[in-house]
Design a protein around this ligand. Structure first.
Ligand SMILES: [Zn+2]
Length: 314
């Protein structure tokens, strides 16, 4: 069965400003690698729809949604924090990103695809349910709405699933996802992340449904595999998720300057195959939806996404 590949040109319109690492060229780099690797033939392209506000509101407060909407500038850019800004097209791009995750979830649960990848931006895992309500100290980390969290809630509340797992292998802690699901026994979140590092959360006092593994800078792939094998797999197997969502950030790659970890494409392939796909096949009829999070070295990002997608075929 083909992999559903969700994208929309609106996601190229979101502009954080010149030289910003979270740039439209990221999605173009993925596209280039899909074609160069000939994996293009194994995916089926789908146009991401716009998410509806009620769908965002399964995770975010109305105040957060209104705030993001109200910060949409007529011209130029508005700064939400030192790292995150909006241009006139950003809100629409964010609706496409969340809409992709929801549509991919529908398609996978309905059996049209076994798995799907959302090649979208802005990313989502730093977006907390209500974080934007406050003052300038709040950091959004390039994210507006939490795409994976919205899709997971959609699976639980619209499709009636009872257990979903979220695997987050972005180099940064998914503080938004943790805030959305901490203590929610229907969700198991497994992540590793560089620590101490932005957003400086996730290492302490987490709820029992959070398997957060902080790792020091310069951690390499073999160590990550060991951690993932020892700490994620037993929890995932015991949880028996009915579907797995992946916050697929590729900024732990050794060529990515955003952080300082040493993963390579083979590590992403291994995590996908040995962890995500195996558990999904065993417990969840293979159902997997991945959403792009970070990954800022364009070449490494493209190659890593291909490694992630290629193994998704197995
Ligand atoms: Zn990241």
């Amino acid at each position: 069965m083909a992999t559903g590949f969700y994208f929309h040109p609106d996601c190229l319109q979101h502009d954080n400003g010149q030289w910003h690492p979270e740039c439209p060229a990221r999605l173009q780099a993925i596209e280039d690698q899909l074609i160069a690797s000939r994996i293009d033939a194994l995916i089926e392209r789908e146009e991401a729809p716009l998410a509806e506000e009620a769908e965002l509101a399964r995770v975010h407060t109305q105040a957060h949604i209104d705030y993001i909407k109200s910060r949409t500038p007529e011209h130029g850019r508005s700064e939400l924090d030192p790292d995150t800004s909006m241009c006139p097209q950003s809100y629409r791009a964010a609706l496409r990103a969340a809409g992709a995750a929801i549509a991919a979830t529908d398609a996978v649960i309905e059996g049209r695809y076994e798995n799907a990848f959302c090649s979208v931006r802005p990313p989502g895992h730093h977006a907390e349910p209500a974080r934007a309500m406050g003052f300038c100290l709040f950091k959004m980390g390039f994210c507006l709405f939490n795409n994976v969290a919205i899709a997971a809630r959609h699976a639980l509340e619209v499709h009636g699933l009872q257990r979903v797992a979220i695997v987050d292998f972005d180099v940064h802690h998914g503080n938004g996802t943790e805030a959305a699901f901490s203590g929610d026994s229907r969700v198991l979140m497994c992540s590793f992340f560089q620590h101490p590092f932005y957003p400086f959360s996730g290492a302490d006092n987490h709820a029992s449904n959070m398997v957060n593994v902080p790792l020091p800078a310069r951690t390499k792939g073999m160590q990550v595999r060991e951690v993932v094998d020892m700490m994620w797999l037993p929890r995932l197997e015991a949880f028996k998720p009915q579907m797995i969502f992946v916050s697929a950030g590729f900024d732990a790659h050794r060529e990515d300057d955003m952080a300082n970890m040493g993963l390579v494409e083979d590590d992403y392939a291994w995590i996908t195959e040995q962890q995500v796909r195996r558990v999904a096949k065993r417990h969840a009829q293979g159902r997997t939806v991945s959403c792009l999070e970070g990954g800022y070295n364009l070449s490494a990002l493209g190659r890593s996404v291909v490694a992630h997608l290629r193994l998704a075929e197995i």
